[in-house]
Design a protein around this ligand. Structure first.
Ligand SMILES: Cc1ncc(COP(=O)(O)O)c(C=O)c1O
Length: 412
């Protein structure tokens, strides 16, 4: 008798999707760098193209020939299989060569000219720049709603015409304002156009926030951050519970040529199994540091989900987040000079953009990650001159706390 166990995500991520017999018995997958694949027959080649172009669907259990690495390759297929268990309720994934590639492919696939996008604000600077500089000129209308304002998001969705996509970035980079994913999905489902709901889950996913379970259609990641975790590769992932949506994204990806390359797929694959371990340790470290420094006299405001004061933000946090995560945003007294002195004074955490790696990093969002935003957009989003964003790593929290405290003391 064969026993079938339903395994938990941390087991599935180690056991699913890899057949050693396809890599000459190697316990870990090989890297397949080929740009092109030899067909088993001309008929199989024709069949593979029919399926790749969406003209036919593979029959259950059908072995479809690979074609060309811009369309897909074995390491992408493995990674797409193995990342799925990490995202609650996901069935399918598509991998891209950066987080921006993932997000822009979502827009270009689902938002034709003349359509409307509703999005929370702030967005990561690159996403906002894509909307302003590229998507709007292509004839897509972008309507911005302040993160956390559930009533305004509801109203904007209800009033939008030809609405194709609602993009929620929560917690928002860098203000950590949270938006209610379930409420956004409810409003989108009630809209006659039935727009898709996409969540940029980079800050808390996949360990601590589960948008597909809350009604979202697509979850987007900069996998450069927590999924990869070592600040040494660029990658993006989109996951869904509807294979059709991922199929459409793969179609656009094949045209744009922004699939993740085999070596990066292989590297990211090996990192997936430690995502929950790393994120848990990083979140615990951050909670210790945030709690200890919230009342430091150099700090005007310390923003950290576990310490939210606003009842509405607390409500959203309690409803949709398992743990507070590892980003701390500090508003320092003394504006930009204080922020720059703080960054110069750190000795363990380094002054760099990006986040989610095992090493702690800190930056000044107004002049770096969000410098694409206009002054009005920055002010509206509350990205102030005195704001610094700290991404907490896995170093000893005692050492990190001493480092951050000393950099704050330098401002007194
Ligand atoms: C929330 C968020 N989304 C998307 C991106 C873009 O990802 P990538 O740098 O991998 O293109 C970033 C990068 O910082 C981000 O913070």
């Amino acid at each position: 008798m064969t026993r079938k166990y339903v395994v938990r995500p941390e087991t599935a991520v180690l056991t699913r999707g890899y057949d050693p017999s396809l890599s000459v018995g190697s316990a870990r997958p090989a890297v397949f760098r080929s740009s092109t694949y030899v067909f088993s027959s001309p008929e199989s080649a024709a069949r593979a193209f029919e399926i790749a172009l969406g003209k036919a669907r593979p029959a259950p259990g059908e072995n479809v020939d690979l074609i060309y690495a811009r369309i897909s390759h074995p390491n992408a297929q493995l990674l797409e299989d193995q990342v799925v268990p990490l995202e609650r309720d996901a069935t399918d994934a598509a991998v891209f060569n950066s987080g921006m590639a993932a997000i822009t492919t979502v827009f270009l696939t689902f938002c034709p000219p003349g359509s409307t996008v509703v999005h929370t604000s702030p967005l990561y600077g690159g996403t906002q720049l894509f909307l302003d500089a590229l998507l709007t000129p292509l004839g897509v209308r972008a309507i911005s709603v302040d993160a956390g304002d559930a009533k305004a998001l509801d109203a904007a969705i209800a009033a939008a015409k030809n609405l194709k996509l609602v993009l929620v970035e929560t917690p928002a980079n860098p203000t950590l304002r949270m938006s209610d994913i379930e409420a956004a999905a409810r409003a989108a489902h009630a809209h006659p156009d039935r727009p898709l709901v996409a969540v940029d889950n980079t800050f808390l996913g996949p360990a601590f926030q589960h948008p597909l379970s809350l009604g979202a259609d697509l979850v987007c990641y900069s996998a450069t951050k927590y999924l990869s975790g070592f600040s040494d590769l660029l990658a993006g992932v989109v996951l869904a519970k509807d294979a059709e949506l991922i199929g459409q994204l793969r179609g656009t990806r094949a045209v744009l040529g922004n699939i993740l390359q085999p070596d990066e797929c292989w590297m990211l694959n090996g990192r997936l199994v430690t995502v929950p371990l790393r994120m848990n340790k990083q979140s615990k470290n951050a909670a210790r540091i945030a709690t200890a420094l919230a009342d430091h006299p150099a700090v005007e405001e310390l923003i950290y989900p576990a310490l939210f004061k606003d009842p509405e933000q607390r409500r959203i946090r309690d409803k949709q987040c398992d743990y507070p995560g590892a980003i701390i945003t500090l508003s320092l007294k003394g504006g930009r000079p204080a922020a720059f002195t703080f960054l110069r004074s750190l000795t363990i955490a380094r002054n760099a953009v990006s986040l989610g790696g095992v090493e702690s990093l800190a930056c000044h969002p107004r002049t770096t990650t969000h410098s694409e935003l206009s002054t009005a957009q920055l002010d509206q989003a509350g990205i102030t001159e005195g704001m610094v964003r700290l991404s907490v790593g896995i170093e000893s929290w005692h050492d990190l706390l001493a480092d951050v405290r000393a950099a704050l003391d330098a401002l007194l």
